[in-house]
Design a protein around this ligand. Sequence first.
Ligand code: ADP
Ligand code: MG
Length: 360
Amino acid sequence: TAAVSIRTVSRLFHQFTALNEVSLEIAAGEFIVLLGPSGCGKTTLLSILGGFLLPSSGQVLIADKDMTFVPPARRPTTTMFQDYALFPHMCLRDNVGFGLRMRGMARAERYEKAFGFLDLVGLKASSAKKPHELSGGQRQRVALARALAVDPDVLLLDEPLGALDLKLRRQMQDELKAIQKRVGTTFVHVTHDQEEAMAIADRIVVMNAGRIEDVGAPAEIYMRPKSLFSAGFMGEVNFLDGKAIARDDDDVLVETPLGRLALPATAFTAGDARAGQKLSLVIRPEHFRGPAETAGSPGSLSLGEARITSSAFFGTHQRCHVAPVSSPSLSLVVHMPQTAQLADGVCVPLAVQAADIVAL
Ligand code: ADP
Ligand code: MG
């Protein structure tokens, strides 16, 4: 049974549609990340889950109960805001135990619980400190301990790591994921950072302009995106224009500026293509193969030769811009091995595995 069920939820602000018929089922214990650019409706959706905003239409069920019009305090959810909102005059133990005191829990039990959650986030030894004595990352951990201490069914987190610098953010992502696995609470986490989403999510929900574009595990969204927006948002990508021509057994023939390509049915992640249909082929830079890797290998499609117009060394690979010889006005981004000897103006053969191409 679903921990959270969002059913055709829309939200208007005056004439503006911030959320447009959003539906999503979240399983108990899942780490869900709402990912999308600024203004796409992430905070609006999270606020509707927390009860801070009402939907204009649609329903929200939590643990199978209709919560659409239930106020925040009577929902089994806790929201963790980006500014942490810790009480400055209280020590960490009292900050973490605050929600339990409000619920009338006796002192001894409250302290024990608070110590347990401070231990979970690695701050048990600091329990007598005040928030101002802590670093940003530590304050973040206290806020997490406080949110978890009241034992919510669902924890809602709105860009909780946004204020931290990159290195600390990476570290906190790993911690957040480890803590979520240990407590088993359902997390719904908002971010605009696709690397953060991939680092922590069981499933990513890609949002754009008030709609859900794509839902899936990080590898699924990255390798098998179901929309052009989702493909482009998850990482660098090349789009190649194509037109479906005909079926050839299990394959679909697609005419492209780089020749006719036979693509397997699995390439069509948003559904089958009709003959004559215009398509965009999605190819990630790292999916281009050099000649040595692909010579004679099954499923390899040759895209002809391409001339290198620029290259830069990235440590794990070299990132090149290339212009295909058969269509020199095209510019593709291609990753080449770290050790490849590359020079501007040189021609290299381009190939790609049919199974790596997505056609939308
Ligand atoms: P995100 O969190 O993805 O950046 P939001 O959910 O905050 O986006 O906002 C989605 C859209 O709704 C934005 O265009 C925003 O300007 C608009 N919006 C959000 N809250 C309000 C409000 N209270 N009144 C009017 N417009 C709003
Ligand atoms: Mg927001």
